[in-house]
Design a protein around this ligand. Structure first.
Ligand code: LFR
Length: 488
């Protein structure tokens, strides 16, 4: 087979992208053909995704591509759209940052406690995991009309092709998939009194979902047939495929709105120590396990910029990062995973509040706030890498930073310093690259497992290496300020 032109639809919490890659053995180049904002909308007290607006952006991107041999879709996880028996969408998907989901945590825990849930689904407890979302929806009028619950990429794939399915890497974030068998956890689903028909047949990365429908071909001006292939439809699953690692002794930070920090395993770790440390066992491509923790990530910075811009303060990221580089390290450090940081709002004020509670002088300028965020994230990266090593027994020699955060030179250097390990930064577009690699392999243009796909990344994608510098003792002292002890 020759060269293929493949589209990766990659939706993040703040923007969507359609990227087009040309792939052949020894060749992988990617360009962005369309980028569109993803603006959550609060209406009648609930934070929603404008999913039809996103779908319109996807169609615009496919139109801009001009000619395609295939399409794959990935996005953030956990959030779902409900379809009725006619395939009609029952309301806009609710945003995972909406407060509603957490109200159903006690309801679920009354049926299956945290220990039991973990032994089945292996997930970090996050109050917005789909299992809690569905338990909250179950109480609402209209839920009885729902026929299918579709994760966002599966919903878009349904609109593009007419096929209903649940891609397994993303399904593994619902809390309703058995992390050991990789099948729906029917026992748990039944006990939670969720109708089984909500959960469509599972599809695996590489499976063919369908083809762009005649309606979509007409709408986009594309010439068919254009196959739509399941990829790691959870953006983090695709991003981990897109880590240009050599061998197995690596940790990764998929760094964007969230920092997803962990290692790649072949079997889940379901111990109580792992649960208490907040590690998740999400399923990866080729039967791997993404053993990681959600760290709050660059959301803290994004939300600070939004707050400042709204208040008419300077909000230029490059300028603020340059100023933050001049601020002395560890002026203040916080735990980025403090639950107060999850909902949208005035993050700088919340940081000041947490500093005051932990006996630290709150940042006194925007630059100090930015520095506090980056020091705190680097420290959380260090803590999480160390815990992952301890809990899995996997030794790591290098930390790969992929995603938008790979552009943040200060954060990459601080992460190398904090971890005491080299950081290899890039590619920024790891998720889109992982998406097209899986499509290209399914089409027979590439062969092999993740090591072969990653070898192609190393040949074709630029990275930058940061060596650890500075005194590790400073990070130990900072860790004691946040957590009272250093976890080795
Ligand atoms: C990253 C991500 C994380 C998931 C969070 C919410 O974009 O997919 O992996 O925990 O978004 O869905």
């Amino acid at each position: 087979a020759g060269e293929l032109t493949l589209a990766a639809v990659d939706l993040g919490a703040s923007s969507g992208r359609v990227m087009v890659a040309r792939v052949a053995p020894g060749q992988l180049d990617l360009r962005e053909v369309h980028r569109f904002p993803n603006r959550p909308v609060r209406a009648a007290g609930t934070l929603h995704w404008d999913v039809l607006g996103l779908y319109a952006g996807v169609l615009d991107g496919l139109r801009a591509a001009g000619r395609l041999d295939g399409v794959g879709i990935d996005s953030w996880a956990v959030d779902i759209g409900l379809l009725d028996a006619d395939g009609e969408l029952l309301g806009n998907p609710v945003h995972y940052r909406d407060a509603r989901h957490a109200t159903a945590v006690p309801t679920v825990h009354a049926v299956a406690g945290p220990g039991e849930l973990y032994r089945v689904n292996g997930l970090q407890h996050l109050p917005f995991n789909t299992v809690f979302q569905l338990a909250a929806m179950r109480r609402r009028a209209g839920f009885g009309r729902a026929r299918h619950a579709l994760l966002v990429p599966d919903l878009l794939a349904y609109w593009l092709t007419g096929s209903v399915g649940a891609e397994v890497t993303n399904a593994s974030t619902t809390g309703l998939l058995d992390s050991t068998t990789g099948e729906w956890a029917w026992g748990l689903i039944d006990r939670l009194e969720l109708p089984r028909h909500l959960f469509p047949p599972l599809v695996r990365p590489g499976d063919r979902i369908g083809e762009l429908s005649p309606e979509v071909l007409a709408e986009t001006g594309l010439t068919g047939p254009v196959p739509v292939t399941a990829v790691g439809s959870h953006d983090t699953a695709s991003a981990v495929v897109g880590v240009p690692a050599h061998g197995a002794r690596f940790a990764y930070v998929s760094c964007g709105t969230w920092s997803l920090v962990g290692v790649e395993l072949i079997r889940p770790v379901l111990t109580d120590a792992s649960r208490v440390a907040g590690f998740t066992n999400e399923l990866g491509v080729d039967g791997t396990v993404r053993y990681l923790r959600n760290v709050m990530g660059l959301w803290l910075l994004q939300e600070s910029l939004r707050t400042w811009a709204a208040a008419g303060l300077p909000a230029d990221l490059a300028e603020l990062l340059a100023a933050a580089a001049q601020v002395p390290a560890f002026t203040a450090v916080v735990d980025p995973d403090d639950a107060r940081f999850l909902p949208p709002g005035d993050v700088p004020a919340r940081i000041a509040e947490v500093c005051a509670e932990t006996g630290q002088a709150p940042p006194s300028s925007q630059a100090e706030t930015v520095r506090c965020i980056l020091d705190s994230l680097a420290l959380a990266h260090r803590r999480t890498v160390r815990q992952a090593v301890r809990l899995t027994g996997r030794d790591v020699d290098v930390v790969h930073v992929v995603g938008g955060g790979a552009r943040n030179t200060l954060l990459c250097q601080l992460t190398a310093d904090a971890c005491g390990l080299p950081v290899v930064a890039g590619p920024v577009e790891a998720a889109a690259l992982g998406n097209v690699l899986v499509q290209a392999r399914a089409a027979g243009v590439l062969a092999g497992g993740l090591p072969e796909l990653r070898a192609l990344l190393r040949e074709t994608q630029a990275t930058r290496t940061y060596r650890p510098t500075g005194d590790p003792a400073g990070w130990d002292a900072a860790e004691r300020r946040v957590h009272g002890a250093v976890d080795d």
